[in-house]
Design a protein around this ligand. Structure first.
Ligand code: FNR
Length: 183
């Protein structure tokens, strides 16, 4: 059966390297896996339980439904101050409060890109900690940390063949991981 996977980018800027990575994923996916980018992270207001009490913002509900309907989610994120960006954490915080949290039991894979030589690894390990509370099922390996990303992206697409191969392997592993989770 075909697998539908949604992708979420932790950067809002138009020229984002992580968005370039996210944009390139469909061409690296194994046969039968479709990848759809989640929109609207930047439309989610700052988390406030008083606001939640008035009803969930439409951007949260829509994203939650899209994640719930998907077989898995891939989060592609920059590292900000050795952690994940506040916008991503804010979105996750909102989504986690939905009556049926869409992350529980959901297969998740993580990717990061950075201009540094570590490729955002510290953000990935913070995100893994958050995923424990979400009760998501996070793929361990292969890890995708794109270091010196400015040398690997051209015209808004990931062009470096070595990196593309690592990502192909992660997406294939993710397909198998989802299959095992659904078995
Ligand atoms: C950064 N950047 C950064 N990079 C890194 O490798 N480790 C870090 O801790 C940080 N910290 C950090 C904090 C803040 C507030 C900003 C704005 C930036 C640099 C960051 O990786 C770089 O700007 C990336 O290009 C951001 O990703 P996108 O937007 O290109 O996807």
């Amino acid at each position: 059966r075909p697998l539908s996977v949604v992708t979420l980018c932790g950067s809002l800027r138009a020229g984002s390297y992580n968005a370039a990575l996210q944009r390139t994923l469909p061409e690296l996916a194994p046969e039968g896996m479709t990848l759809t980018a989640l929109e609207g992270l930047g439309d989610i207001p700052l988390y406030n339980s008083d606001v939640q009490a008035q009803g969930f913002p439409a951007a949260v509900t829509a994203m939650g439904e899209a994640i719930a309907a998907a077989d898995g989610i891939i989060i592609v994120t920059p590292e900000y101050n050795y952690s994940i960006p506040g916008v991503l954490k804010n979105g996750i915080d909102w989504l986690s409060r939905l009556p049926d949290t869409p992350f529980a039991g959901k297969p998740m894979a993580i990717q990061s890109a950075s201009m540094s030589v570590l490729g955002g690894v510290r953000a990935q390990y913070h995100l893994r900690q958050v995923a424990v509370f979400l009760d998501a099922r996070v793929l361990n390996k292969p890890e995708v940390m794109v270091a010196s990303v400015q040398q690997r992206v051209q015209d808004g697409r990931l062009t470096d063949e070595g990196t593309r191969e690592v990502i192909r392997k992660q997406l294939a592993a993710f397909a198998a991981f989802i299959g095992a989770a659904n078995a």
